[in-house]
Design a protein around this ligand. Sequence first.
Ligand SMILES: Cc1cc2nc3c(=O)[nH]c(=O)nc-3n(C[C@H](O)[C@H](O)[C@H](O)COP(=O)(O)OP(=O)(O)OC[C@H]3O[C@@H](n4cnc5c(N)ncnc54)[C@H](O)[C@@H]3O)c2cc1C
Length: 396
Amino acid sequence: MQHNTPMLDNAKPATRSAYFSEEHEMLRAQIRRFVETEIKPHALAWETQGFTPRETLRKMGELGFLGIRYPAEYGGAEMNTLGSVVLAEELGRSTFSGVAITVLVHTDMASVHIFNAGSQSQKDRFMPDIVAGKKIVAVAVTEPGAGSDVKGIRTTARREGDHYVLNGTKMFITNGVHGDLYCVAAKTGVNARPSQSVSMFLVEKGTPGFRVGRALDKHGWRSSDTAELIFEDCRVPAENILGEEGQGFYSIMKNFQNERTVISAMAIGECDAALEITLDWLRDRKAFGAPLWDKQAIRARIATLAGQIEAGRQLVHHAAWMDAQGFDAVKEVSMAKAYCGELVNEVMYACVQFHGGMGFMRESAIERMSRDARVQSIGGGATEVMLEEVAKRIAR
Ligand SMILES: Cc1cc2nc3c(=O)[nH]c(=O)nc-3n(C[C@H](O)[C@H](O)[C@H](O)COP(=O)(O)OP(=O)(O)OC[C@H]3O[C@@H](n4cnc5c(N)ncnc54)[C@H](O)[C@@H]3O)c2cc1C
């Protein structure tokens, strides 16, 4: 018998996965400890207040959790995509996905725009504070009239001398109220081809003409702040453009890969936590003279879901590994996002069902988790859009 990982007689490999190193597992243990001590005891209060305190991000920054894939010169840990997956899975396991998304938007969805497209001076200026959790980042692409269809955005950026003047409204922006830095998509080329008409800009909180319209009240993810943002003749210095003018659509598509990978990984963490919570419940709860866990119909349903979760996990890990190796993983990432976004909802539905009436009560974790899961087949690429990406690629 051959093993990919060399093994001594009777020795086990260092990790239980072909994809992760011991370094990844150490990171996982550290984040899990942080979640238990610094997130879970407080997050119910954050759900009520509608945001995760920036102090929590500061602490995560101090522990190195916000710069997992960034260079050491910015305070980062120089790991690969699988490091981000570890962070997302463990935050997903917290049972508070509002906290998870607050962090993951900062680390893997917004700051990547600065890191991947920013000039050396933009990166030198902002990345150290981002990695330290001193400056919170948001990414603002979606608008009231355009979400899935990025080319349909209507916010404009008009060049005037050594400034761009932004006008438009952004919608559903995570970290929108409490952010410090915003990576904003706007149309620069009114007459250009749609794919070459979008540019990204860095807008700092406090820039005249930029304001938070309102904080949005949500079905789930209640410990994350989500906002409408308004730009009215907002003048930003021309050097605040991120990358080249007209190349924003391509940067958004590139950075979506990261975003979709971590949302998928977060969903797997949520599924794991939901199953654990439900198994505990099923062992305790008695009906018809025996624990619910003894009922064959329930055991079979849970076992089926456990298999699906494992399949989703392996798909996410494989997609992240492909990305880390430098392969084009758009098909695999899209598959993972579509699969995990639907799966997490299926898992929550069953887990609420097996909790009976208690699963419908605000006091149960599974009730919150089922609300949190709903958006995961919508945000960051709706399932239908992801399946279209897959279909295009399997037809080639
Ligand atoms: C809580 C929350 C946080 C968010 N955070 C951010 C953020 O930080 N930054 C940001 O820019 N955006 C953010 N978003 C926006 C999110 O990415 C969009 O909601 C998502 O892309 C869907 O866009 P939409 O809401 O405009 O739906 P639409 O694009 O109008 O689509 C509506 C539905 O139509 C279906 N559909 C769409 N296109 C197709 C198609 N081609 N084929 C078949 N069916 C289709 C899908 O079922 C989809 O859910 C957030 C959204 C939410 C709810």
